[in-house]
Design a protein around this ligand. Sequence first.
Ligand SMILES: Cc1cc2nc3c(=O)[nH]c(=O)nc-3n(C[C@H](O)[C@H](O)[C@H](O)COP(=O)(O)OP(=O)(O)OC[C@H]3O[C@@H](n4cnc5c(N)ncnc54)[C@H](O)[C@@H]3O)c2cc1C
Ligand code: SF4
Length: 510
Amino acid sequence: MAKQYALDDASVVVVIGSGAGGGTVANELAQKGIDVVCLEAGSRLTLADVENNPPAMDAKMGWYDKRIGAFLWVCKTVGGTTMRWSGISPRLQEHEFRVLTSYGQIDAGTSLIDWPVTLEELAPYYDRAESKMGVSGTHGIPPSEESNNYKVFKAGALRAGYKQVTSERLAINPVARDGRPGCQQISFCHSGCAIGAKWSTLYTEIPKAERTGHFELRANSMAVRIEHDKTGKVTGVIYRDQGGELHEQKARAVCIAGNVVETARILLNSESALFPQGLANSSGQVGRNYMRHTFGSAIAVMPKPVNLHRGARQTGVLFDEQHHDPSRGFAGGYQLQAIGLNPHSISNSIGDWGTGHTEFMQNYTKLAALFITGEDPPEADNRISLHPTEKDANDLPVPVIEYRNHANTDAMRDHAIAASRRIYESLGATHFWGGDAPVGCHNMGVARMSADPKDGVTNRWGQAHDVPNVFVSDGSVFSSSGAGNPTLTIVALAIRQADHIAERMKRKML
Ligand SMILES: Cc1cc2nc3c(=O)[nH]c(=O)nc-3n(C[C@H](O)[C@H](O)[C@H](O)COP(=O)(O)OP(=O)(O)OC[C@H]3O[C@@H](n4cnc5c(N)ncnc54)[C@H](O)[C@@H]3O)c2cc1C
Ligand code: SF4
């Protein structure tokens, strides 16, 4: 019998969201014997519901609530976007925790700050996160299987003079581990992994938390607002159930992990007489400094078949370009990652009809492709705000997402595209395309950690500067984006945050 907590049980920690951040912090708390209620807007699928059919899976797990502005490719389901992610799991680098010190303020539009945390402090939590997620090439786990697309990438990279290219750092089991099987190279990773080889909180953190007897998952429960008492201390969360009815779950503390847009929306929507700009927003920074990474794609027609659709969706990372070297004409660095793009994405990327398009599409089996991910500077005007009048089906203000690429991002992408061209042309590529990939997959920054409360929303533990029993447990707390994919860092921070919450509870400070 699954644990059930009463709505008026004010001893529980309420976690909003069950993805990478929420699923992890909830399980870590439950493992310590702390009672947790996890409110998740989406429904709970089983592995039997996962089909190797991208449109069907988009319909089952995609987030389609109304939003205005940029599109974010995120999920509304138990497990969140860990159901859709590719699993690439690099650590942030030392200098990426100190971007203001390392790069200086890039221009008047940017809002760089240093993290109030160092790599050294986070290193033990990275270790725990890698072990939990089963990251290949760490903790005795073998490297990932090398796909053909990766082998072509690696051969070209070495020929182009690069050295740091690896098939390690994937949170997909290369061999059976932690009760889950090894990867079968089926390549539908973005549609959920039907055998559970890829780490997703749906079948790791959530059932583990349930087994502690200290955890209740409430699926189909959309948090709409956080309540507080007259001292400003948070007391509960109002949520809407599947039938549309509103309830309040009382809470001792609240952890928010709705994946950036929803995290900002919940805080902003929780405005009150005491907090007229929204909860935890005396600095005015909630929703600001939204970062997504410099994204881009590079696609080449190779002389012989590659069959890039075979193997895990993304395998292999090139790290040589992730350092900071201003002589390249931009601040920060980037990574190149092999990616098995489907025909639809390739056609959409290349765009115009005509011979250029045909050369790529009729040579699909000979295509090789790379994904570019690089540092994106924070800007106060890249932001999530609430529409002043328009409401969605949950009677919530529609989020407005404003995002534009900075010139630093464009310069970095151009450099990465030129590097990709060199890699493929070193092996005799006959055609090459490189360009932007404007997808909101990596979302960061809207409730950032800051040493000075006026620069951000949370402290070094992800705890709101203004409201000590509110925590932010997703990528919203990133003070800077770094070059690499964010989820390993989200998980490491969530583990660290759970330790902090437990310690404060023990000392009766929460
Ligand atoms: C195609 C794709 C590939 C990716 N590949 C990688 C990769 O290789 N490496 C990497 O590091 N990252 C990758 N990512 C990003 C990764 O998926 C995210 O960084 C990660 O899932 C974010 O975790 P989160 O907890 O912030 O949000 P999510 O995992 O999205 O979880 C948020 C959860 O909160 C729920 N929620 C939101 N609002 C509410 C509310 N009001 N009430 C209740 N529940 C709510 C949502 O339904 C969702 O379940 C990829 C993303 C995509 C789309
Ligand atoms: S390639 Fe591996 S991780 Fe991806 S869906 Fe298939 S079995 Fe799962």
